[in-house]
Design a protein around this ligand. Structure first.
Ligand SMILES: [Zn+2]
Length: 418
């Protein structure tokens, strides 16, 4: 093993090569940011994917375009008309080596029709643009790193997976992430680093739910007693679900938006709400799942626990999915994180470790068995806002970090046991 505190000559060449490319990388980031790929904008997503795939194929990758699955129709926002495909670009290595999965999303949260459409540079090294940090900067960091490794003849076994629906929950591409997880030894996900360069080593999990109540409509003045208010039952159920929150023990419950009723003089026969659950670990997930199931069962059974007829009102349905399980800091995660920290230090920087309640595709990958670290992208902040920014110098710096980390993993110079 090399001295973790210094760069060997090959690593120094990787760094110098990427530093020299910085002006070109800035231009490329401007081009990527100018492609509107937010909110399911298909032409932008297609163009983004094509730009990346072309460069990966130039490195010898072969591409498979896997069709997207439809989202559950009860999710807020409804079904996506055209579930976007996932591009899986692989360059396997003859003779083995750890199989590295790089995962990035090309969608952003930004409105393609907005006036926040270009990367603009400020005097203090800050550049602002939609998706610049989350995660076009990261996509470019990994791409530039692979190009530098190729130019230096470093043999790495990699797959670069590009999905288009991370910001809307990864429902269309989840299956492809799980399949890829099974075929690799570790994952490097290029979400933006925290502003101080911190690497996230632990994430909560997240689930979505919808509570739907059917009641019976009636005129409020003429036949109020015939009515069964869906809003009243929804309020009861919401109260019980919200009471499941216990943030100190890693259980978070949020509800909103709500829907119910059409006129104040009619008993509402339909009401619904959507909500989000967060949980620190599989135990908290299981506890929330069981409690929600028990609430739903309460409304489907009589006082002695016998099932009520199917047409009984009010009828309560709780749709739910726990599609982003918690991502704990396992031993393997620690090993990758320590390897990344060692590279950051060799490059003259620092890499503190952090934790967050936010979720990303690394939650999906790691729950499918692939140890991952996930904030290896560019340094930036104000994500999902109209003043999203990147530290532009971190483009080449993070690319150097990524390239040297891949080199050390591929050459067996880390404590990772694939
Ligand atoms: Zn992201």
């Amino acid at each position: 093993m090399t001295d973790p505190r210094s760069l060997d000559p090959l690593e120094a060449r990787l760094r110098d090569r990427l530093q020299a490319r910085q002006p070109e990388l800035v231009r490329q980031l401007e081009e990527l940011v100018a492609i509107p790929s937010g909110q399911g904008h298909v032409p932008g997503l297609d163009l983004m994917r094509e730009r990346l795939v072309t460069r990966l194929e130039a490195l010898g990758a072969t591409t498979e375009l896997r069709p997207g699955a439809p989202r559950p129709d009860w999710l807020l926002g409804g079904v996506q008309a055209d579930p976007p495909p996932t591009a899986v670009c692989s360059r396997p290595l003859e003779g083995g080596g750890p199989r590295i999965l790089i995962a990035g999303h090309i969608d952003t949260v930004h409105d393609p029709e907005d006036t926040f459409i270009a990367l603009t540079h400020e005097a203090d090294g800050i550049s602002r643009g939609p998706g610049a940090a989350d995660m076009k900067g990261g996509l470019l960091v990994a791409l530039a790193a692979l190009e530098a490794l190729d130019a230096e003849g470093v043999e790495c076994h990699w797959t670069y997976l590009i999905n288009s629906d991370e910001e809307t929950g990864t429902f269309c591409s989840e299956r492809h992430l799980q399949d890829a997880a099974a075929e690799h030894d570790l994952g490097l996900v290029i979400e933006p680093a925290l502003p101080d360069g911190s690497l996230v080593v632990e994430r909560m999990g997240s689930g979505q739910f919808m509570i739907e109540v059917e009641g019976r409509s009636a005129h409020v003045g003429r036949e109020f007693e015939r009515g069964i208010s869906a809003v009243k039952t929804l309020a009861e159920v919401m109260g019980r679900v919200l009471d499941l929150a216990d943030p100190g023990n890693g259980r978070i419950v949020n509800i909103g938006p709500l829907q119910g009723g059409g006129a104040t003089n009619a008993v509402p026969d339909h009401a619904a709400c959507w909500g989000n659950l967060r949980f620190a670990d599989p135990e908290a997930q299981a506890a929330l799942a069981a409690a929600i199931e028990a609430i739903e069962t309460d409304y489907a059974t009589d006082a002695s626990g016998r099932p009520l007829p199917a047409d009984h009102l009010p009828r309560v349905t709780i749709h739910r999915t726990f599609n982003r399980p918690a991502k704990p800091q396992t031993e393997d995660v620690t090993a990758i994180a320590m390897a990344a920290r060692s590279v950051a230090e060799a490059l003259g920087g620092e890499m503190p470790f952090g934790r967050t309640g936010g979720v990303c595709d690394a939650n999906v990958l790691q729950s499918a068995g692939l140890p991952c670290v996930d904030t290896l992208g560019i340094r930036g902040g104000n994500l999902h806002r109209r003043d999203e920014y990147v530290e532009i110098e971190s483009l080449w710096e993070r690319a150097a970090l990524f390239a040297i980390l891949m080199k050390r993993i591929s050459c067996g110079e880390t404590d990772l046991v694939p």
